[in-house]
Design a protein around this ligand. Structure first.
Ligand SMILES: Cc1cc2nc3c(=O)[nH]c(=O)nc-3n(C[C@H](O)[C@H](O)[C@H](O)COP(=O)(O)O)c2cc1C
Length: 214
C-alpha cells in the first residue's frame, strides 16, 4: 500500500478577499485566468474537467479544453455522440472545474450546457488545422474500436477522399456553452484556512457572493 499521508504542502501564493472581488464571477475568472497565464508553469491553463451525469446515473469527469468564455458562459467543443455528449443531451446539468496548481487555485462552475449555434461551431471548426478536422471525422468518440490501425486507416482514407477539398464540420461535432449558475473560487492559504468565495446567480441576473468555510 502506498502511504501518502506525509504528502503535505502549505499554500502561500495568494489570497481572495471580499474587498478585492468584482460583482461578476466572469470578471474574476478572467482576472484569475490571466494571472495564472502570466505566472507561468501551467502547460494548459484552459484545460478543465467536465463532469456529467451519465445515462447509467453515475457521474463521470474528463478533461477538455475551454475555447471561449464571456458573460454568456464557457464554451468547449466535442463530439455530440460521445459519452459526454449523450449524457449532456439527457441531463444538461454539468460541472466544470479548473485546478491551477501553480497559483494554488481551483474554480468550480455549476451550470447548464446548451449546444452552441451551428454558426459558432462552424467558425471554430474552420479555424482548426486539417489534421484535427479529419481526426474529428475519423473518430466516433467513445465507441469501441478494433485497433489503433483501424483509426489510422480511417484517417488515411479520409486524407485521400478530402485531398484539396474543403473539409466540412460533421453535424455531430460542435460546441457546448455552459451557462454558469454558481461559480466557486478557491484560493489555497496557510494552515488549511483556504479562501472560498461562491457566486450564486440570482433571479434578477445579479450575483450573490458568500464566503464558504474551507
Ligand atoms: C488536455 C486534454 C484536452 C482535451 N480536450 C478535449 C476537448 O477539447 N474535447 C474533447 O472532446 N475531448 C478532449 N479531450 C479528451 C477527453 O478527455 C475525453 O477522453 C474525450 O472527450 C471522450 O470523453 P467521453 O467518452 O467521456 O465523452 C482532452 C483530453 C485532455 C487530457
Amino acid at each position: 500500500m502506498n502511504d501518502l499521508s506525509n504528502y503535505r504542502k502549505s499554500y502561500e501564493k495568494s489570497e481572495l478577499l471580499e474587498s478585492t472581488i468584482p460583482d461578476d464571477p466572469i470578471n474574476l475568472f478572467n482576472r484569475w485566468f490571466h494571472e495564472v497565464e502570466d505566472f507561468g508553469g501551467e502547460s494548459e491553463v484552459n484545460a478543465m474537467t467536465v463532469s456529467t451525469i451519465g445515462l447509467d446515473g453515475f457521474p463521470k469527469a474528463r478533461v477538455v479544453l475551454l475555447k471561449k468564455f464571456n458573460e454568456e458562459g464557457f464554451i468547449f467543443y466535442t463530439n455530440y455522440n460521445s459519452e459526454k455528449g449523450r449524457a449532456i443531451t439527457q441531463n444538461p446539468k454539468v460541472c466544470l472545474s479548473f485546478f491551477w496548481h501553480t497559483m494554488e487555485r481551483q474554480v468550480i462552475i455549476k451550470g447548464i450546457a446548451h449546444k452552441t449555434s451551428e454558426a459558432i461551431s462552424d467558425n471554430y471548426f474552420e479555424s482548426r488545422p486539417d489534421g484535427s478536422k479529419l481526426g474529428a471525422i475519423a473518430s466516433n468518440q467513445s465507441e469501441i474500436v478494433p485497433s489503433r490501425e483501424f483509426l489510422e486507416n480511417n484517417l488515411k482514407k479520409l486524407e485521400k477522399d478530402f485531398e484539396s477539398l474543403v473539409i466540412p464540420r460533421p453535424k455531430h461535432w460542435g460546441g457546448f456553452l455552459v451557462q454558469p449558475l454558481e461559480v466557486e473560487f478557491w484560493q489555497g492559504r496557510p494552515n488549511r484556512l483556504h479562501d472560498r468565495i461562491k457566486y450564486s446567480s440570482q433571479e434578477d441576473s445579479s450575483w450573490k457572493t458568500d464566503r464558504l468555510s474551507p
